[in-house]
Ligand binder design. Structure first.
Ligand code: ATP
Ligand code: MG
Length: 333
């Protein structure tokens, strides 16, 4: 399968007064054409930073300190600012985590979608407006002719999210990056957005990177997943293999912290918190929170190891973790 996105040993830092935040460390991942790749992990684990690094859009204080990002074989760090602008509009679309707040409150949603279309295609205003209505229909906005004339505040949160997805899709991107597309929506609306993403994936065969801390959504719609913790990948590969046989204590902990549908078993949160990314110790970043950690976990750097076909883990104690998982294996995925 053709590789669309290839990230190799990527490191990203933010410089802040007096210290450097090492937000992404040694991340390698490949996404094949048509694949939906999930990125999961607790708040602060570097998911959004990874998305911004792919887009070469880290802002003033963020930078890639080493490693590469390739899109269809092109090293994106070699591109000029104008080449990157064109890439971001035409080839890679990104719906940012706080995107709803970036909708213009004083412009109707139809006009906003039409503007994006006109920014990327040489079409008349009325043609762009017509296409905008069609895009709104594609993302299941009810009565798109009517709603195109509404302002963002006149739409629900779920509908605003659909408008953003419509804008992202309006230039037929090869790669769509969605950062927390369902956060802040109620469960029913969440599942409708998930259905929409599933439909788009089936219809357009778009390659998707889906960032969410919701493991249930990861299980429902992704093919492969990267589990991030404190800037590093802890476990990566085929989603079934990882969810059925998590070999990293962190993934086991995340799964145990996910409420099980229809079960009265209470989810258990992972104790402790993410380490200070400006002052990291040697050894495994998860050691302080890990039930399996021994002295050997607190030295050197921990490498990714292959545990099964398309399944890698960053843990020296993975065999112990597989032998006697923190929580019993869960059958609901
Ligand atoms: P969430 O689930 O809350 O969205 P995330 O996994 O997306 O979290 P990031 O937003 O990538 O995490 O943040 C990773 C780390 O980088 C955090 O410690 C965060 O505080 C830090 N960080 C992010 N942006 C900046 C910035 N512009 N300057 C300094 N530090 C930053
Ligand atoms: Mg984020």
């Amino acid at each position: 399968n053709e590789t669309v996105l290839s990230i190799d040993s990527l490191h990203v830092e933010y410089s802040t007064p007096g210290s450097n935040v090492r937000a992404v460390r040694d991340v390698s991942l490949d996404v094949a054409r048509g694949e939906t790749h999930g990125i999961a992990g607790e708040s602060g684990s570097g998911k959004s930073t990874l998305a911004l690094a792919i887009l070469q859009y880290l802002g003033d204080n963020g930078s890639i300190t080493s490693g590469t990002v390739q899109f269809n074989g092109t090293d994106l760090q070699e591109l000029s600012e104008s080449e990157l602008r064109s890439l971001r509009g035409n080839d890679i679309a990104h719906v940012a985590q706080d995107a709803k707040s970036s909708l213009n409150p004083s412009l109707s949603v139809g006009e906003q979608v039409a503007e994006t279309i006109q920014a990327h295609q040489d079409v008349s205003r009325s043609e762009a407006h017509q296409q905008a209505i069609e895009m709104l229909r594609e993302v299941d906005i009810p009565d798109p002719e009517y709603n195109a004339d509404q302002y963002p505040h006149e739409l629900s949160g779920g509908q605003q999210q659909r408008v953003l997805i419509a804008m992202a899709l309006s230039c037929s991107p090869e790669l769509l990056i969605l950062d927390e597309p369902t956060t802040g929506l109620d469960v029913t609306t969440q599942s409708k957005i998930v259905e929409l993403i599933q439909d788009l994936k089936d219809e357009y065969e778009t390659t998707i990177v889906l960032i969410t801390h919701n493991l249930e959504i990861i299980a429902q719609i992704t093919d492969r997943v990267s589990i991030m913790y404190a800037g590093e990948l802890m476990e990566q590969g085929d989603v079934y293999s990882i969810f059925d046989d998590p070999s990293n204590p962190y993934t086991q902990g995340l799964l145990a912290a996910t409420p099980e549908i229809g079960s009265d078993k209470a989810p258990t949160a992972i104790p402790g918190q993410i380490p200070d990314l400006t002052d990291l110790d040697d050894g495994c970043t998860f050691a302080d929170r890990c039930a399996f950690a021994t002295e050997e976990c607190r030295t050197g750097s921990i490498a990714m190891e292959t545990v099964a076909d398309d399944h890698e883990t960053r843990c020296r104690r993975w065999e112990a973790a597989v032998e006697d998982p923190i929580q019993p294996k869960r059958g609901t995925y």
